[in-house]
Design a binder for this molecule. Structure first.
Ligand code: SF4
Length: 348
């Protein structure tokens, strides 16, 4: 096993030792999970594969706290996969608001249509069928197989990766090919042939509640007797971070009466959503009406919004405050618009 050389030799001597160590760890972990797990999470209470599919898309880049109310609202609005498949894209994007990364909403919508068209409305079980759905990569396919169908699948999300990397005392950076291979070897030993749903939930909860990033609470951990990490707070290791680049963008505010004019984005990130138009060649003058900062991948963007009095360009559309409330608008632009409306309200 690639990770054998990395683990504490006192605690791990052979493959059979490792199998027995993993077996003991699973037992104590599952016992702990019965009484301490996050069984109240709404997607844990539902076993229908569609609910699992939705939750996995939502949780891809968004926290449990943010996802929970959005998940309830989504399931109320699109209770079955057939409801989502027939919905208009604008309706789907509006329902996604607050979760960010709207491309996930489009892919979930497309996945629902594909399930209706190719799988008679049943979320597939086979890995190859799942991987053929839009937006479903290796992690999401494994999660759906484990959580929706209780199939054998090694689920590796951030929490589980942290727990396993520490439990196996993995010192190779996890974002390298060698690290990935070591981690998979540890996970293959740890995940059972049956009962992956319970085990994956238990590992996730342990990572969220006890084996947290920073200093873990090892005294309370059900894995403390089998864990090989002498300095868990230093794990998992990662390659040095990419440098964050600062960007400045200028946007235009065309406000006439109680209407604000927006354009529909054609860009890959926010395609179909409504945004403040680019200021273009017009020079910003005076103080910006709004200034907000937001992160995108390795960039930190500062957006400044300036009032523009010239004629409204073709392609923009005016919206009242009431209409803006129900329009799909990406979160940075929504924040900038709120600041503009607050300023114009306090100036009248
Ligand atoms: S003993 Fe500590 S480092 Fe090991 S799995 Fe538990 S919380 Fe994490």
């Amino acid at each position: 096993m690639p990770y054998e050389a990395k683990v504490d030799k006192k605690k791990s001597h052979s493959t059979s030792d490792q199998i027995s160590r993993a077996s003991r760890a699973r037992k104590t972990l599952l016992q702990w999970h019965e009484s301490h797990g996050r069984h109240e999470l709404p997607w844990r209470k539902r076993s229908d594969p569609y609910a699992v599919l939705v939750s996995e898309f939502m949780l891809q880049q968004t926290t449990v706290t943010t996802v929970t109310p959005r998940f309830h609202a989504w399931m109320k609005r699109f209770p079955a996969i057939s409801d989502l498949a027939v919905a208009e894209e604008q309706e789907v994007l509006a329902a996604w608001e607050g979760l960010g990364y709207y491309s996930r909403a489009r892919r979930l919508h497309a996945a629902a249509r594909s399930v209706m068209e190719h799988h008679l409305g049943e979320v597939p079980v086979k890995e190859s069928d799942l991987l053929a759905l839009p937006g479903v990569g290796a992690y999401t396919a494994a999660a759906i197989r484990a959580f929706a169908h209780d199939q054998h699948a090694v689920v590796l999300d951030t929490n589980i990766i942290r727990v396993l990397a520490r439990w196996g005392n993995m010192i190779t950076p996890i974002d390298t090919a060698a690290g990935r291979s070591s981690l998979e070897a540890i996970a293959d030993n740890f995940f059972p042939k049956t009962g992956c749903r319970s085990l994956a939930s238990a590992l996730m909860d342990l990572g969220a509640m006890i084996c947290t990033s920073g200093m873990p609470d090892c005294k309370e951990c059900p894995l403390k007797d089998t864990c090989a990490a002498p300095a868990p707070e230093t794990l998992p290791k990662k390659s040095p971070r990419a440098v964050i680049t600062k960007l400045l963008e200028h946007r235009a505010c065309f406000q006439r009466g109680d209407h604000l004019y927006l354009e529909q984005s054609l860009g890959p990130r926010w395609r179909g959503l409504w945004i403040l138009p680019d200021l273009g060649s017009a020079k910003p003058s005076g103080r910006a009406l709004a200034e907000i900062t937001y992160p995108i991948t390795r960039y930190r963007v500062t957006m400044k919004v300036h009032p523009v009095k010239s004629a409204i360009p073709a392609g923009l559309k005016g919206f009242s405050q009431e209409e803006l409330a129900n329009l799909p608008i990406p979160s940075p632009h929504r924040r900038a618009i709120a600041a503009i409306l607050h300023t114009s309200h306090t100036n009248t």
